[in-house]
Design a protein around this ligand. Structure first.
Ligand code: BES
Ligand code: MN
Ligand code: ZN
Length: 496
């Protein structure tokens, strides 16, 4: 959808949409349009019992006195309570309501509302953001979509008294939305197309200006001793890849913040094969890597004043004559050995080498990893909260607070020596599963063994990255979860 900002002007066609606060009489522009229509707008509102409730609509078809095909009202609720997130939700609802057409154009008139909490530019930009995120579609493989099934709404012009400022604010927010959309696209892409080599190639090809990208293949990873990551990929025909993205927007020589993503391009479970039902969802098992890719894109394109590295471990977990077996013992880059009890607990094997590499090479200020790591996180938290696990209270609290405000929520779960015992192995330094109980925690505890003194958070996004319930601003299977959360974390706490 094309979204733009302009000063108030009557549209010649399409939909003219006005805002109406809850429970007040028509004022300003709504009163002006009502007058032009000979009072029809007010009568329509009355007939529909429209009270300006947040997100409610009333619509008037082909009214006399204006050339727009439709005039509509959207309720703002109480302007004193409307938050930025709710304004995005309104944008989403507007897209949902009008996308089917037949009109291609929508003009939204924003009026001063008494007691409005948000600045006008913020209101306009957040509605624009909601429109943009909600109208995302992944339909490139639908060759037979019927004309009447396709969305018609193509253009939205948001008119206010703060045009220039709104345009600027939207421009900034848009860069975060672009990162989210990159992540959604990657998660939605099927695994026959998006295998590790293709994923790495796309990162390289689509890197914004100033983002440095290095791709390490299996030979280089062997030299580095990444036996855990390589063990996961050894049953695949596709070469495993480790991609390092660097954005140096901060002070020269200052330690970077680091983001590490699980990129299992398809997870069959390996020799510990998964049951068939729902296995197709495992095309999204690279949601962590997708988020890191989208985030690095956003940081670079908004020229964030921070040094940041993104590292993604890209593999395919396949059963094959060359695949690793239950009972195999691999040596990780850290030197620690791992007994692979279950080849389906592969994410931690990929991440442990990626974490160690990042810590060793970059000496980061902190490390945050994202992974669709365990089904158990959905049993514990459902699909609205991601689980976080950490050795650092400050970083955890920062993430929690940012998450609440950005609508990408996290909830912290415990770690500790009691869980450590569960992953001790008879034959090696540790095993890759801890039994039936506390599955998400033992996975985190495993990762913790590869983190030295650096502040670290592990985010388990198995419930939030894909197949999560639709919201006002997302109906895509791949949600792009995490890009906003981490971009905001950086913006609020680690820039300048
Ligand atoms: N990728 C899965 C976790 C997952 C499950 C993500 C469902 C999204 C939706 C992970 O690699 C996995 O298989 N985990 C196992 C761990 C177990 C073998 C200890 C799981 O959760 O069952
Ligand atoms: Mn698995
Ligand atoms: Zn997996």
């Amino acid at each position: 959808m094309n979204i733009s900002f302009a000063d108030h002007k009557l549209p010649r066609a399409g939909i003219l949409l006005l805002t109406q606060p809850k429970g007040t009489a028509f004022r300003g522009r709504a009163a002006e349009i009502d007058k032009k229509t000979g009072g029809a707008l007010k009568r329509a509102a009355k007939a529909a019992d429209f009270q300006g409730e947040k997100g409610s609509f009333v619509e008037l078809m082909a009214p006399k006195g204006v050339s727009a095909a439709r005039v509509a009202l959207v309720g703002l609720g109480d302007p004193g309570e409307l938050t930025g997130l709710e304004a995005e939700g309104l944008g989403g609802k507007i897209a949902a309501r009008f996308e089917k057409g037949p009109d291609k154009d929508l003009t939204l008139w924003l009026d001063e509302a008494k007691g409005l909490k948000l600045e006008m530019d913020e209101l306009a930009a957040r509605i624009g953001l909601g429109l943009k995120l909600r109208s995302y579609r992944f339909d490139k493989y639908k060759t037979k979509q019927k004309e009447n099934g396709k969305p018609k709404l193509a253009k939205a012009v948001i008119m206010s008294d703060a045009t220039a400022k709104a345009r600027r604010t939207f421009g900034e927010l848009s860069k975060v939305a672009d990162g989210t959309i990159i992540a959604r696209d990657l998660v939605n892409e099927p695994s026959n197309i998006l295998h590790p080599v293709e994923f790495a190639a796309r990162i390289k090809a689509n890197a914004p200006e100033g983002l440095k990208v290095e791709v390490l293949g299996e030979k280089q990873m062997e030299k580095l001793g990444m036996g855990a990551l390589l063990g996961v990929g050894q049953g695949s025909r596709r070469e495993s890849q480790l991609v390092v993205m660097r954005w140096d927007g901060g002070k020269k020589g200052e330690a970077p913040v680091a983001f590490i993503g699980k990129g299992v391009c398809f997870d069959t479970g390996g020799i510990s094969l998964k049951p068939p039902a729902g296995m197709e969802d495992m095309k999204g098992d690279m949601g962590g890597a997708a988020c890191v890719t989208g985030l690095m894109h956003t940081l670079a394109s908004r020229k964030a004043k921070v040094n940041a590295v993104g590292v993604v471990g890209l593999v395919e977990n396949m059963p094959d004559g060359n695949a690793q077996r239950p009972g195999d013992i691999v040596t990780s880059m850290s030197g620690q050995t791992i007994e692979v009890i279950n080849t389906d607990a592969e994410g931690r094997l990929v991440l442990c080498d990626a974490l160690w590499y990042t810590q060793d090479r970059f000496k980061p200020k902190f490390m945050i990893d994202l992974a669709t790591l365990t089904g158990a996180i959905m049993v514990a938290l459902g699909q609205e909260y991601a689980g976080i696990f950490s050795n650092n209270d400050e970083l955890s609290d920062q993430l929690f607070n940012v998450g609440e405000r950005e609508g990408e929520k996290v909830w912290r779960l415990p770690m500790g020596p009691a869980f450590d015992k569960m992953i001790d192995s008879k034959f090696a330094d540790m095993k890759n599963v801890g039994g039936r109980f506390a599955g998400s925690i033992t996975a985190a505890q495993f990762l913790g063994r590869f983190v030295n003194d650096v502040p670290w958070v592990h985010i388990d996004i198995a419930g939030t990255a894909m197949s999560s319930p639709a919201t006002d601003i997302n109906t895509s299977w791949g949600s792009g979860y995490g890009v906003r959360l981490l971009d905001r974390l950086v913006a609020e706490h680690y820039e300048g």
